[in-house]
Design a protein around this ligand. Structure first.
Ligand SMILES: *Cc1c(COP(=O)(O)O)cnc(C)c1O
Length: 404
C-alpha cells in the first residue's frame, strides 16, 4: 500500500455506510489450535487422569528446558503466579509493591489481593515499559518488590531495575504474560534470576485455554509455590493415587493448579513456539513497512542482545493530525470487520484504583498520553497474508479519510 495512492482516493468508511474491507470479522488475537492439540486432549480425556498429573509434569519439564531454568511450575493462570510469587516473598499487609500503571488489571489486582498496596509508576514514552526513574521516585521504606511488565513482549530496562532493587534490598517479580520467547542480555525472559509469571490465556503467544507458568532457579521457592498451588497440602492427588499415602496441610493454600487437559493443549503449542515467533516478527515487519508515512508511530525494532516476543502490535495514532478519536477509530475499524484492542487504559484511571487509592487523571502523563492513542492491531501467527492485507487496507482507509 502506497501512501500517495491512498491519500488521493478517500474511500467512504463502512461506519459511514461504505463497503467494509472484509466480509467476515477478524479477531485481534486469534488462537491457533491444530489437530496435534485436539489429539493430545482426546488422549488425556480417555486416559482416566484429567486433573493435575503426568501431562502437567511434562509441560513443566519442557517449559523449564525451553527457558533454561531449573523449575517451571504450571498454574491455573499468570495471575495466580503473580499472587503466589508475592506470597512466597513474604509480601502482604503494610507492604508496597511498585508496578506500571500501563498494564492489565491482573498485575495490580494480584498485589492488592496479596494484601499489599500497589504503587504505580509511569512509563517510558517510547517503549511503554515501566520507567526506572519513576520507580526510583516511588521507593519508600515499605517497598518490598517491583513488578515490571514486559509490555507487548519488549523486555524492560532490567539492568536499571535490578540496580534499584539491589540498592534497596527489594525483590523483582516479572510479569511476562507478553514475553514468552523474549530475551534480555542474551538470556530468555524467565531466566534472569527473578520469579517470572507467564500466561497461556487464549490470546497469548501460546495457549492452554487458561493457564500460567512460574519460573525460578530457587529450589525452596519452587517447593513453596508447589505446595501453595495445591491447597497447601504436602502431596498432590496424583502422588496419592500412585502411593496411597496421606497428606498433611502445611499451610492454608489455594487451588491454583493446572489440569492435564490444559497441559495437553499447551505442549504442542510450546513445540511450535520458535517457528511461530518468527512468523509474528515477520508480520510486524510487514505492518511497519506498510504504515510508513502515515500519521502514526509503529513499534521500534530492537536489537542489542535483546529479543522482542511480538505478543502485541501497537500503533500510536497522531490524533492532532486526524479528526477522529482513538475510540472512534477503533469503532470504524470494527465496522470494516477488523478487530483491535486497547492495551491499556492506565490502571490508575480505573474506578477501583481511583476510589480506593486516590489516584487521578494527571498522575502519570506518559501512560495517559499513550493510553489515549494506542491501538493493538490483529497479530497472531494464525493470520494469513489476506488478513494482513485487510488490516493494512482498513487502517490506511480510515486514516486517509479522517486525516486533516
Ligand atoms: C494476560 C495478562 C495477565 C493475566 O494472565 P492470566 O493468565 O489470564 O492470569 C497478566 N498480566 C498481563 C500484562 C497480561 O497481559
Amino acid at each position: 500500500m502506497n501512501k500517495f495512492d491512498s491519500k488521493m482516493v478517500r474511500i467512504k468508511p463502512a461506519i459511514l455506510g461504505g463497503d467494509p474491507v472484509r466480509q467476515d470479522y477478524l479477531i485481534f488475537g486469534k488462537p491457533e489450535i491444530k489437530d496435534e492439540e485436539i489429539n493430545e486432549v482426546a488422549s488425556v480425556l480417555k486416559s482416566g487422569w484429567i486433573g493435575t498429573g503426568p501431562k502437567t509434569q511434562l509441560f513443566e519439564k519442557e517449559f523449564a528446558e525451553y527457558i533454561g531454568v531449573k523449575h517451571a511450575l504450571a498454574l491455573s493462570s499468570c495471575t495466580a503466579g503473580l499472587h503466589l510469587a508475592l506470597l512466597v516473598h513474604g509480601i502482604g499487609r503494610e507492604d508496597e509493591v511498585i508496578t506500571t500503571t500501563f498494564t492489565f488489571a491482573a498485575t495490580a489486582n494480584a498485589i492488592h489481593c496479596a494484601g499489599a498496596v500497589p504503587v504505580f509508576a509511569d512509563i517510558n514514552p517510547f517503549s511503554f515499559n515501566i520507567s526506572p526513574e519513576s520507580v526510583k521516585e516511588k521507593i519508600t521504606r515499605k517497598t518490598k518488590a517491583i513488578i515490571p511488565v514486559h509490555f507487548s513482549g519488549r523486555p524492560c530496562d532490567m539492568r536499571s531495575l535490578e540496580e534499584i532493587a539491589k540498592e534497596n534490598g527489594i525483590a523483582i517479580i516479572e510479569d511476562a504474560a507478553h514475553a514468552l520467547g523474549a530475551e534480555y542480555g542474551g538470556r530468555k525472559i524467565g531466566n534472569l534470576g527473578n520469579l517470572t509469571s507467564f500466561s497461556f490465556y487464549p490470546n497469548k503467544t501460546i495457549t492452554s485455554i487458561k493457564g500460567g507458568m512460574l519460573t525460578t532457579d530457587d529450589d525452596e521457592l519452587a517447593r513453596q509455590i508447589k505446595i501453595l498451588s495445591n491447597q497447601g497440602l504436602s502431596s498432590t492427588a496424583y502422588e496419592r493415587h500412585r502411593n496411597d499415602n496421606a497428606y498433611e496441610i502445611c499451610v492454608p493454600g489455594f487451588e491454583y493448579s493446572m489440569t492435564d487437559v490444559q497441559a495437553a493443549v499447551g505442549l504442542p503449542q510450546l513445540k511450535r513456539l520458535e517457528y511461530n515467533l518468527k512468523k509474528r516478527e515477520k508480520i510486524c515487519m510487514l505492518y511497519n513497512d506498510a504504515f510508513k508515512g502515515l500519521p502514526l508511530d509503529t513499534p521500534e525494532i530492537i536489537g542489542n542482545n535483546q529479543m522482542h516476543s511480538y505478543h502485541l502490535y501497537n500503533i500510536l495514532l497522531h490524533l492532532d493530525e486526524m479528526s477522529i478519536s482513538r475510540d472512534n477509530f477503533k469503532q470504524a475499524l470494527e465496522a470494516e470487520n477488523i478487530g483491535s484492542g486497547v492495551h491499556y487504559i492506565p490502571l490508575h484511571l480505573h474506578k477501583f484504583y481511583r476510589d480506593h487509592y486516590g489516584y487521578k487523571k494527571g498522575d502519570f502523563p506518559c501512560a495517559e498520553h499513550a493510553g489515549e492513542r494506542i491501538l493493538s492491531l490483529p497479530l497472531s501467527h494464525a493470520l494469513g497474508s489476506d488478513d494482513i492485507e485487510d488490516v493494512v487496507n482498513g487502517v490506511t482507509k480510515i486514516i486517509t479519510y479522517y486525516q486533516k
